[in-house]
Design a protein around this ligand. Structure first.
Ligand SMILES: [Zn+2]
Length: 251
């Protein structure tokens, strides 16, 4: 995606359409939902992931591998080990071809057992998030060019972190996997696992993850920089919602 396309799409569509795109999470007849027989597994897997996160902390959970997750679940009485059925469910969620949910993006992680080498990432102070060391200079440059009000809102995510976000989104969408996959893509398909990161406006909280971010000064300053572009533009071929905050790093 070139910067020209990035600007073009916004210029042509204007702010009115931006707000309608923000509500693109509407139901369609072909949507796929969590199966009745999976509901208990879904709930128990998500509960255990949340408990593991509460033990290791929000920042560490961004990088956690499946193996570490299983070990912590086994080692802390407050969690209980993952069962065979729960592991099979995690595999099913991770290896199902997401095109059935309308998601056409590239696979970014081959195996759910893949790990993130902690030597390859750098923690960005004050955020609880990490970026890959190779891309840290780019983030630094971007923050310098846009100003102090620009913050990192989400960086490197392991398969487990993405799994947790994906399941939480499905839960908030009342079991609708198709709708959830438009914003929190399935594990093994997130560019956050290989380099992309999200930025936002300091103090804006959840608003940073809405189309309203495209109305901020910070966003418009980002547009002026020739060396950054947006991963998920309006109408992107991956089938992901418009995400003006998601910086494309990996090609
Ligand atoms: Zn993102």
């Amino acid at each position: 995606m070139q910067r020209r396309d990035f600007l073009g799409v916004l210029g042509v569509l204007g702010v009115g359409l931006l707000s309608s795109m923000a509500q693109a999470d509407t139901l369609t007849s072909g949507d796929i939902w969590v199966k009745e027989e999976h509901k208990l597994l879904f709930a128990s897997v998500l509960k255990k992931l949340n408990l593991v996160e509460s033990i290791v902390g929000h920042a560490n959970f961004n990088l956690i591998s499946l193996d570490e997750t299983l070990k912590i679940a086994k080692g802390y009485s407050k969690v209980e080990p993952f069962t065979i059925a729960e592991l099979a469910y995690i595999e099913e969620v991770s290896y199902t071809d997401p095109r059935i949910y309308g998601f056409n993006g590239k696979k970014t992680i081959e195996r759910i057992s893949d790990t993130i080498n902690k030597k390859d990432v750098i923690k960005i102070s004050g955020t609880g998030h990490y970026v890959f060391g190779d891309y840290a200079p780019l983030l630094e440059r971007l923050m310098k060019d846009v100003g102090e009000s620009l913050i990192l809102t989400s960086g490197v995510r392991s398969m487990v972190k993405q799994l947790c976000l994906h399941l939480e989104k499905i839960e908030s969408e009342k079991g609708n996997i198709t709708v959830a996959s438009r914003s929190l893509v399935p594990p093994a398909y997130s560019y956050h696992s290989i380099g992309d990161f999200d930025v936002g406006k300091k103090g804006w909280g959840h608003q940073n993850f809405t189309a309203n971010f495209a109305r901020t000064q910070e966003f418009w300053q980002l547009q002026k920089l020739s060396y950054v572009s947006m991963r998920y533009t309006i109408g992107n071929g991956d089938g992901v919602r418009f995400e003006p905050w998601h910086i494309k790093i990996v090609s």
